[in-house]
Ligand binder design. Structure first.
Ligand SMILES: [Zn+2]
Length: 172
């Protein structure tokens, strides 16, 4: 199976999460490594996921970006690094998610020495599909789905956690 190519079934595998979705001619993000269909699905799901409930709601975007790292180029390297630091700060250092944007802005004002990290395979066991099916379910069920998705992506990057800790030290 060639990632990012359309198969005979008209489905295209997302180069990030691997989900096979109907191929579209829609736009893709300039450096986020998602198929057009996956990118559109993310935008739609993110738009309707309630902001309340689990504090990890704030991390869905970070997890998605990390799950779709793209190719080694400057913007992608910085994006993946920044979102990994975000996941680390909230999941492992208990930073309140409401303070995350300010922390990452401080980080980017004096960025650490980003480098490309080889994405894990698989890059998380769950995809945005797991949130898509949870929309409309009871709030606690939706919260569990969000937490499983976010933590799943972070756990997949365990081989790189030490590097992320070093990057986050720029904030200390
Ligand atoms: Zn995807």
């Amino acid at each position: 199976m060639a990632l990012g190519r359309t198969g005979d079934d008209g489905l295209e595998a997302c180069p990030g999460c691997g989900d096979r979705l109907p191929a579209t001619d829609g736009a893709t993000h300039p450096y986020v490594g998602a198929s057009s269909a996956c990118w559109v699905r993310f935008a739609e799901v993110n738009a309707v996921l309630p902001q309340g409930g689990t504090p990890l709601r704030r991390l869905v975007t970070d997890a998605y970006m990390v799950q779709h790292p793209g190719v080694p180029e400057r913007r992608a390297v910085q994006s993946v690094g920044t979102h990994l630091v975000g996941l680390h700060l909230v999941l492992e250092r208990a930073l309140p998610p409401a303070e995350l944007s300010a922390a990452l802005q401080r980080l980017l004002a004096r960025p650490p020495a980003w480098r490309w990290l080889t994405p894990p395979e698989p890059n998380g066991l769950l995809t945005i599909a797991s949130l898509e099916v949870a929309i409309g379910r009871p709030p606690e069920e939706l919260s569990r789905a969000i937490e499983a998705y976010v933590r799943g992506v972070w756990t997949a990057w365990a081989p790189h956690h030490a590097q992320v800790v070093v990057w986050a030290q720029a904030l200390d």
